[in-house]
Design a protein around this ligand. Structure first.
Ligand SMILES: [Zn+2]
Length: 346
C-alpha cells in the first residue's frame, strides 16, 4: 500500500486501519493507527474535516455528503482531495515505504543495534517510526541504550561474549547476544576475497558457520561490526540434531575483530515466580562458551523490582524502564558463567 500515489491508497489505509483485524498484535497496532488517524482528522480545517469524516470514517457517498452538508458535489470532491492531501502530510511520519509502520517483532531485530548506534539509516527510520508508536519497544530501546553504554569492551585480541535477555509480556524472551573474536590475517584475506568475488554471497562449498544454538530458539537476525545485516540459513547440526548451525549466505566483509551479533526469541524461562510467594521472582541465566573469553550475562528485570539479591555475579545496572541484573567476568575454557538473582515484584 502506498500513500504517496493516489487518494485511493489513503482511503484503503484509513479503511484498513479502522477495520477489525485478527491478531492481538495487529489489533494493538490498528488501535494505535486509528487513534493517529482520528487525531490527524481532528487537525483538518473544519470544512475539510466534516467531509473527510462523513466520506471516509462513516463511509457515506460523495452525493450523500453533498446533501448532508448542503453543498455542491464538486465542492465535496475538492474538500476531500485537499483534506486527504493534508492527512497524508500529518500521517507521513507514520508511513514507512508505503507501509504503516514495522510491527514489534520486526522492531526487535534492530533495537539493540539502534541502542548501540550501529544501524543503517533506512533501518533506523523504520525503527524510529515504530518507537514513536510503541511505548513497550521504546522502553526496551531506551534501557538497552543505557545498558550498552555500561557494557565493558574486551581488550585487544580478546574474545568478548555477551547475552542480554529481555522477558516479554507474552512469556517469551528476546535475546541479544554477540561474540567478538579475532580472525587471523590469512583466514580473513581468504574470506574477504571470496566475498568480493561473489558480490558478498558465500558459495555453498565454503560453509561458513560461526555459531550454533538450540533448535527451539527462533533466530531472527545477525549483524556485523558496523550494523550490516547478515543473511544466513539454519542447518541441523549433524552431530547433535537438537542444535542448529547458523550458516552464513551473504555478508559485506569480515573484520579483524569480527563481531557476530544475533537476535532471537526464546521460550526458555529466565525469570520465574516462586511457588511459595507469587511476588518473589527468581532469575537465572548461564552460558558455556568453551573458550577463554570475557563474558557477560544481562537479565532485564522491571525497574520497579524491589529487594534485588544477586546470588552470584556482579550486580545491577539501573537503566530506565528496566534494571539489568548482570554477571560479567573472564571465564576459562572449561568454565560456565552463571547469573542468579531474586527480587520482589513492585
Ligand atoms: Zn513494539
Amino acid at each position: 500500500m502506498n500513500l504517496c500515489t493516489s487518494d485511493e491508497s489513503i482511503v484503503d489505509f484509513v479503511e484498513t486501519a479502522l477495520d477489525p483485524v485478527p491478531s492481538a498484535e495487529e489489533v494493538a497496532l490498528a488501535n494505535e493507527l486509528t487513534r493517529r488517524i482520528i487525531d490527524a482528522i481532528s487537525k483538518l480545517p473544519e470544512a475539510q474535516r466534516t467531509v473527510v469524516y462523513y466520506r471516509f470514517v462513516m463511509n457515506v457517498s460523495v452525493h450523500q455528503v453533498a446533501y448532508l452538508t448542503n453543498q455542491p458535489v464538486g465542492s465535496v470532491k475538492s474538500k476531500c482531495h485537499y483534506g486527504l492531501q493534508k492527512l497524508r502530510r500529518l500521517l507521513s511520519d507514520y508511513m514507512i515505504e508505503g507501509e504503516y509502520v514495522v510491527n514489534c517483532k520486526e522492531a526487535y531485530v534492530f533495537l539493540f543495534q539502534y541502542a548501540k548506534g550501529q544501524i543503517m539509516r533506512e533501518d533506523r527510520e523504520k525503527v524510529e517510526g515504530h518507537l514513536d508508536a510503541c511505548k513497550d519497544c521504546n522502553d526496551l530501546a531506551e534501557s538497552l541504550r543505557i545498558l550498552a553504554a555500561s557494557m565493558t569492551p574486551a581488550q585487544d585480541g580478546e574474545i568478548r561474549h555477551y547475552m542480554i535477555a529481555m522477558p516479554l509480556s507474552d512469556g517469551t524472551n528476546l535475546l541479544y547476544s554477540g561474540v567478538t573474536y579475532p580472525i587471523d590475517d590469512h583466514q580473513r584475506d581468504h574470506m574477504n576475497a571470496v566475498l568480493q568475488a561473489n558480490g558478498g554471497a558465500i558459495p555453498q562449498k565454503e560453509s561458513w558457520s560461526f555459531t550454533s544454538h538450540d533448535a527451539n530458539l527462533e533466530h531472527l537476525a545477525e549483524f556485523d561490526n558496523e550494523g550490516h545485516r547478515i543473511e544466513f540459513e539454519l542447518v541441523p547440526k549433524p552431530s547433535d540434531p537438537s542444535k542448529v548451525m547458523v550458516v552464513y549466505r551473504k555478508m559485506v566483509k569480515v573484520y579483524p575483530e569480527h563481531l557476530m551479533a544475533s537476535v532471537a526469541l526464546s521460550k526458555d524461562k529466565y525469570v520465574t515466580t516462586t511457588i511459595e510467594d507469587p511476588n518473589l521472582v527468581v532469575g537465572k541465566m548461564q552460558n558455556y562458551l568453551g573458550v577463554n573469553a570475557k563474558s557477560g550475562l544481562y537479565l532485564a528485570i522491571p525497574a520497579g523490582a524491589k529487594n534485588i539479591r544477586i546470588r552470584r555475579g556482579n550486580g545491577v545496572i539501573d537503566a530506565g524502564a528496566y534494571k539489568f541484573a548482570f554477571s560479567e567476568r573472564y571465564v576459562a575454557e572449561d568454565e560456565c558463567l552463571r547469573l542468579e538473582c531474586t527480587y520482589l515484584k513492585s
